[in-house]
Write a protein that binds this ligand. Structure first.
Ligand SMILES: [Zn+2]
Ligand SMILES: [Zn+2]
Length: 225
């Protein structure tokens, strides 16, 4: 399969990590879509999973992984700092409590994770993608840590320092998509203008993206496994 997107949980590596972490936690932690009202949407259900993590399990895993993250080799394939990020994202998805000690650790460690902006071989594809990093940055800032689940799947304003989703906007307002790439979303003109300097480097029309893909595949066809 490889990678089908640039965000968190959009590549096999993240999903493999989620399954290892689930084993360590003794409970299924990843499900494609989590619905608070549907108790069947996640292994034992959202509330039971949150309670399980809050009952010392999350702290134990943070402790265990952070010891390894301290001795992390930048070039190793098994990136322990990224494992901390995946653990945190899984916890946020169910609204588990992350103690302030580990929130601090996350704020310092995620910035040290190497970002691979381009395609790499699936086996070595263990790093952050730039959009995944921004996604996590936003989550760290917006996570309420009061039992409210945080979704990594909803569209959010792409402007740095904003990250608002539909639900965060005033009634009747919607996120607007960039008219050129139709990918980046913004909560309003102000955020779009503020982000343009950075966004223009990656903003391409769908036709340009397709042309780039044709050019870059050249004589070699990369098969995802
Ligand atoms: Zn754009
Ligand atoms: Zn915004």
């Amino acid at each position: 399969m490889g990678r089908w997107g640039e965000g968190l949980f959009e590549g096999d590596h993240d999903l493999d990590e989620a399954s290892y972490i689930s084993e360590d936690a003794g409970i299924e932690l990843y499900h494609y879509e989590i619905d608070e009202k549907d108790p069947e949407s996640l292994g034992k259900g959202l509330a039971a999973t949150r309670a399980h993590l809050n009952n010392g399990v999350l702290d134990r895993l943070f402790e265990q992984y952070s010891v390894k993250a301290n001795t992390d080799d930048e070039n190793s394939w098994g990136n322990e700092k990224l494992r901390l990020v995946i653990l945190a994202a899984l916890a946020m998805r169910v609204g588990a409590t992350i103690s302030s000690k580990y929130m601090d650790l996350l704020r310092t460690s995620y910035t040290q994770i190497h970002v691979s902006p381009k395609y790499s071989l699936p086996l070595a594809d263990s790093n952050f993608r730039a959009p995944g990093k921004v996604q996590f940055e936003t989550a760290l800032r917006l996570y309420k840590n009061d039992g409210t689940p945080y979704s990594f799947d909803v569209a959010r304003c792409a402007a740095v320092g904003c990250g608002k989703a539909h639900d965060d906007l005033d009634d009747g307002k919607k996120l607007l998509r960039c008219g050129k790439c139709k990918v980046a979303s913004y909560c309003g003109k102000e955020c779009q203008t503020a982000h343009w300097k950075e966004h223009k480097r990656v903003c391409k029309t769908p036709a340009q993206v397709e042309a780039d893909l044709r050019r870059s595949s050249g004589p070699y066809v990369m098969l995802n496994v």
